[in-house]
Design a protein around this ligand. Structure first.
Ligand SMILES: Cc1cc2nc3c(=O)[nH]c(=O)nc-3n(C[C@H](O)[C@H](O)[C@H](O)COP(=O)(O)OP(=O)(O)OC[C@H]3O[C@@H](n4cnc5c(N)ncnc54)[C@H](O)[C@@H]3O)c2cc1C
Length: 590
């Protein structure tokens, strides 16, 4: 049978948001949908189902294996920037944590249709929450009939102690605080996209696609660019050029629309290769500029995290399930046969949000940056400055040595609402070339200040909290630093600059803005209906549209963007007939 080359909608990138958009559109059997995905199906990758084995996927064939440019303010390191390269995208190899941020974070986007209430409702649509007896659920905060299984995590002994120390140090316990979006300070449990020992990913939305005549997924096929046509009424996106695993270039035509869902690093790269982006950038590559959009690839934001590892008394962590190799084999066998044990869940335990106002009063930078209604990080009192979480065994940055014969865990501090902004640009117009990713981490002094103060507080919780202070034997590895003894911010700064790394939450490179503010915002790339400025029939639906990074993790927002995006597409489908008519005039392919 001849290959189908024409579809109503083409979704470029079958990742977290892309799977949602494509599958929801294909629920209407009258609409034909094509997904073009560079990788294979994560449902066929065993390591993807085993969320505790996530580290095994990093750096492998299902990772895009991007690196940042050397980060001047972070000890000149080139930081590994993993992204999922399979159907399901980064949801197929992430940490499974469902932490949605606060409602105020989305209200701050100031874009109609994307408020806190609307985004929380959209995230609920994705979810099928599965409770546990001990977990105090806030039912209104959850969805119960979406495709994505979500369940709470049973704490390891070390995490129970951390949770107690957090409470002792002024963090009230609220089990379900990371789903309600209403608390800025406190500790609780972070639910996971896991159920019965198996990870759920966005690919779950597409399950059974091969039995639908209106739904096509092309695997191992890489989008190189979107083709544009000049019509009497302006530029129109008409088709997608893609390269198959055999190296063949093919062109797929979209009757209605093309949706870019290739993620924060790859979506702007596709736009740039299509001649849509800052003219100055395109000129560098001798590429034509069809739409001069200065914001494409700019406004890059991410959350930085710092791991602070400690050696502890035996019997509290799960290191004996990982080391020596024989133990790991038994742990793996347990997951294969029963889907239980360390590999059945992501080994991070207690979680907390913190505001640091009181602790930062002594800083001149902090004092000077205050405004009437916002704190120096641009936040209201209802938003946290940082997040804490602890690992349940010795895991963390790749350079952390395995805790053979020892027991170790890390307190992790995550910086919210960073001021630093980076960019994604092309290294060349070759579709297989990695983009140039400069996060510009810690370039803003307030980011370093707040992150360092967070790390300092994290150490105090561990070293002074009543449930942990008698358990700590040393820093880990003790021969490198004695960081558990650090007291001042100044002592922590070199540790933070050397150790801060990505939390894998890049957003913002195709910034969304309200229709009303587009004219005054040259950095905006899409409007509130996700339409790329200056081109008809082209939208973006993934984390790249996020104007300002929420104070949580980005997977639930990615699902929410997919769900909101499809609501918008369905609404707009009403005038699709008009659009097709408009295209029947004089056309010139660019
Ligand atoms: C290691 C890791 C851990 C994380 N942990 C968490 C966590 O615990 N909790 C949380 O909330 N968030 C976490 N995140 C972040 C979260 O998973 C992502 O922000 C979110 O999944 C991004 O969704 P997206 O749709 O924007 O992009 P993605 O899900 O990355 O999808 C992009 C898709 O496009 C495809 N693609 C790209 N370019 C092309 C092309 N040219 N042609 C065809 N296909 C293409 C990719 O293969 C991929 O499938 C983590 C991320 C990583 C990488």
């Amino acid at each position: 049978m001849a290959e189908k080359m024409e579809f109503d909608y083409i979704v470029c990138g079958g990742g977290t948001s892309g799977c949602v958009v494509a599958s929801r559109l294909a629920e209407d059997s009258n609409i034909s949908v094509l997904v073009i995905e560079a990788g294979e199906n994560c449902l066929d990758v065993v390591g993807s189902q085993m969320s505790g084995g996530m580290l095994q996927l990093l750096g492998g064939p299902h990772d895009w294996n991007f690196f940042s440019t050397p980060q001047t303010h972070a000890a000149d390191r080139e930081i590994s920037l993993t992204r999922g390269r399979f159907l399901g995208g980064s949801s197929g190899l992430n940490g499974t944590l469902c932490i949605r941020g606060t409602k105020q974070d989305y209200d701050d986007w100031d874009v109609p249709g994307w408020s806190g209430e609307e985004m929380f409702a959209a995230m609920k649509k994705a979810e099928n929450f599965r409770g546990k007896d001990w977990f105090e659920v806030k039912k209104d905060a959850h969805g119960f009939d979406g495709p994505v299984n979500v369940e709470p995590h049973d704490l390891a002994p070390i995490s129970e102690r951390i949770m107690e120390s957090l409470q002792d140090q002024g963090f009230p316990l609220d089990h379900d605080m990371f789903s309600t979006g209403e608390r800025a300070h406190g500790c609780g449990h972070a639910p996971r996209t896991v159920y019965n020992g198996l990870r759920t990913t966005a690919a779950e939305y597409t399950r059974g696609w091969e039995h639908k005549t209106n739904f096509t997924i092309l695997f191992k096929t890489q989008v190189s660019k979107v083709n544009l046509t000049r019509t009497e009424t302006g530029l129109q996106a008409t088709s997608v050029e893609a390269i198959t695993s055999d190296g063949e270039t093919k062109t797929y035509t979209a009757r209605h629309e093309i949706i870019l869902s290739a993620g924060t690093y790859c979506t702007p790269a596709i736009l740039l290769r299509s001649g849509i982006g800052p003219k100055v950038e395109l000129v560098k590559h001798n590429s034509p500029c069809h739409v001069d959009l200065p914001g494409v690839g700019q406004n890059l934001q991410d959350h930085l995290i710092v791991f602070v590892p400690y050696e502890v008394l035996p019997g509290l962590t799960y290191d004996n399930k990982l080391y020596p190799e024989e133990a790991l084999k038994a742990t793996y066998e347990e997951w294969v046969t029963k889907k239980t044990g360390l590999l059945s869940t992501f080994p991070f335990g207690a979680f907390a949000y913190a505001r640091l106002d009181d602790r930062l009063q002594d800083s001149k930078d902090w004092q000077q940056a205050k405004t009437a209604d916002r704190d120096p990080m641009g936040q209201t009192k209802s938003q946290p400055h940082i997040e804490f979480r602890n690992t349940e065994c010795c895991v963390g940055p790749r350079e952390l040595p395995p805790a053979s014969g020892k027991n170790a865990f890390a307190m992790v501090t995550e910086l919210f609402s960073p001021h630093s902004r980076g960019s994604v640009t092309l290294s060349s117009t070759d579709p297989f070339a990695a983009p140039v990713i400069d996060h510009n981490y810690l370039s803003h002094p307030l980011d370093l200040l707040v992150l360092t103060e967070g790390v300092r507080l994290g150490n105090e919780i561990v070293m002074q909290g009543k449930a942990t202070r008698d358990l700590i034997l040393n820093s880990y590895p003790s021969e490198l630093t004695q960081h558990h003894l650090h007291k001042t911010r100044e002592e922590w700064i070199p540790f933070v600059c050397r150790g801060a790394t990505t939390c894998y939450h890049p957003v913002g490179t195709c910034k969304m803005a309200s229709a009303a503010s587009l004219a005054d915002d040259p950095a905006a790339v899409v409007d509130e209906r996700l339409r790329v400025r200056g081109v008809r029939g082209l939208r973006v639906a993934d984390c790249s549209i996020i104007p300002k990074i929420p104070n949580g993790h980005t997977c639930m927002p990615a699902y929410g963007i997919g769900e909101r995006g499809v609501e918008i597409l369905r609404d707009d489908l009403k005038d699709a007939g008009t659009r097709r008519e408009a295209r029947s005039g004089k056309e010139e392919r660019l």
